[in-house]
Design a binder for this molecule. Structure first.
Ligand SMILES: NC(=O)c1ccc[n+]([C@@H]2O[C@H](COP(=O)([O-])OP(=O)(O)OC[C@H]3O[C@@H](n4cnc5c(N)ncnc54)[C@H](OP(=O)(O)O)[C@@H]3O)[C@@H](O)[C@H]2O)c1
Length: 397
């Protein structure tokens, strides 16, 4: 634990107390003792029989009290909604402003969703947000570095630390770690290497944890089709790194949330297992871009950017990140590490456990999952030159 806390640069390093003294809540600004963030959830003790009551709606009790780290992100929104809908109590650690978890509060009955301020570098505040839980889900992750946080700290050491604290807790019955399809200790991408190290560290601490490795996720707030659509509208073309022939298996974000819920609800068969979550169809990057263009009703125009040139465009941010005394903009399309991550096909491996093993059938992307893209149509959702109507803008006068 001390090794982890050193790597995380913790503010306060106290020796790990004995089990009986861990759970008094944090004694300072963060956590349940603070009158503003205090939770009224009953304390959960022991290894936890989940007490279920009611018919299964959000006013019933699923018995799950889940601390969802990273709930303020993209997947978190869908996962918290599904957890709340089945009557679970959800503790939402957040580090930014009180507005970050605000949208999540509406997903449950009054008091069902409990935002709790925490500091990911303060061990005590993590213990505080986990204290009353019987399930921990770690969605923390970031695909670019910042001046404050390295890939390794966010994607590896934080996961390891959560697993260590969950183990010490003694009453956490399920731990779910979100990793990424393609994560590997030998990947050229530091993000994917850190994700793989995070998986390993979690399973080493808690062999009964479940690891989910989703492919690139699609949905209203996604970070692939949205940036593409914004770029395509602004510059009237889309850069395709390489020739766009790399294969990916994008997945609808809600399906990933459903897979997590299915794992939580099973009889323990998913414990200690790793699931690769890819959508029902494999796309080349070019085909996915066509789908985006079709939805936004713009004529597709691409500029093929050879890999070395894409790397050269993305390089300055990485080189300057820690050298200039101000934060640099977050990369969207030209993210050096993502370019390296997606230099090879990333699809679900042949013998991997996947959606079907969890009883979930993933949605095809074409249709509702990409419908949010109509917001990018010029002149409104019903308007625009279109590919689907086979109109060639070059034939316009
Ligand atoms: N999006 C994808 O296409 C995709 C694909 C495969 C795997 N994944 C993985 O799935 C998980 C969820 O993805 P997502 O798209 O929902 O991620 P996201 O939208 O980027 O959200 C990530 C969450 O992690 C938190 N976080 C990031 N850096 C942090 C830090 N330094 N300290 C504390 N919290 C931090 C964020 O908190 P703030 O709100 O405070 O920033 C946010 O709640 C991640 O582990 C991601 O790597 C995502």
């Amino acid at each position: 634990m001390q090794a982890i806390t050193r790597r995380l640069g913790h503010h306060s390093l106290r020796p790990t107390p004995s089990l009986s003294s861990i759970y008094p809540l944090s004694d300072h600004y963060y956590g349940g003792d603070h009158p503003r963030y205090g939770s009224t959830l009953p304390s959960h003790k022991g290894t936890g029989h989940l007490v279920r009551k009611g018919t299964g709606g959000r006013s019933s009790v699923s018995g799950i009290i889940a601390t969802v780290f990273g709930a303020t992100g993209f997947l978190g929104r869908y996962l918290v909604q599904q957890l709340a809908k089945m009557g679970s109590q959800v503790l939402v650690p957040f580090r930014g402003s009180e507005d970050n978890p605000r949208h999540l509060k509406l997903m449950g009955d009054l008091g069902q969703i409990v935002p709790m301020k925490y500091d990911p570098r303060d061990e005590n505040s993590i213990k505080a947000v986990m204290a009353k839980a019987n399930v921990v889900i770690n969605l923390i992750g970031r695909e670019y570095e910042t001046r404050n946080y390295s890939f390794e700290e966010v994607n590896h050491f934080m996961a390891e630390q959560l697993a260590v604290i969950a183990k010490e807790h003694g009453g956490i019955t399920r731990f779910i770690q979100l990793s990424c399809l393609g994560s590997s200790l030998s990947s050229p991408s530091r993000f994917l290497r850190a994700k793989a190290a995070g998986e390993e560290a979690v399973l080493k601490e808690l062999p009964e944890a479940t690891v989910m490795k989703p492919a690139v996720m699609i949905g209203t707030e996604d970070r692939i089709l949205n940036p593409w659509a914004r770029f395509a509208k602004k510059y009237s073309f889309l850069p395709l790194i390489g020739d766009g022939s790399i294969k990916i298996q994008p997945v609808y974000v809600n399906d990933v949330a459903s897979a997590i819920i299915a794992a939580l609800k099973d009889d323990g068969t998913s414990m200690g297992k790793i699931y690769e979550l890819g959508g029902p169809d494999i796309y080349t990057v070019h085909e996915l871009a066509e789908l985006m263009y079709d939805m936004i009703r713009e004529w597709p125009r691409y500029v093929n950017v050879p890999l070395p040139i894409a790397k050269a465009i993305a390089m300055p941010r990485d080189v300057l990140l820690k050298k200039v005394p101000f934060p640099l903009p977050n990369p969207e399309i030209f993210n050096l590490d993502q370019i390296l991550a997606f230099a090879n096909d990333t699809v679900v491996s042949e013998n991997a456990l996947s959606f079907t093993d969890l009883g979930v059938s993933p949605h095809k992307l074409k249709g509702y999952p990409v419908e949010f893209l109509i917001q990018y149509r010029k002149g409104g959702p019903q308007f625009g030159s279109t590919v689907s109507e086979k109109v060639n803008p070059d034939s316009y006068p």
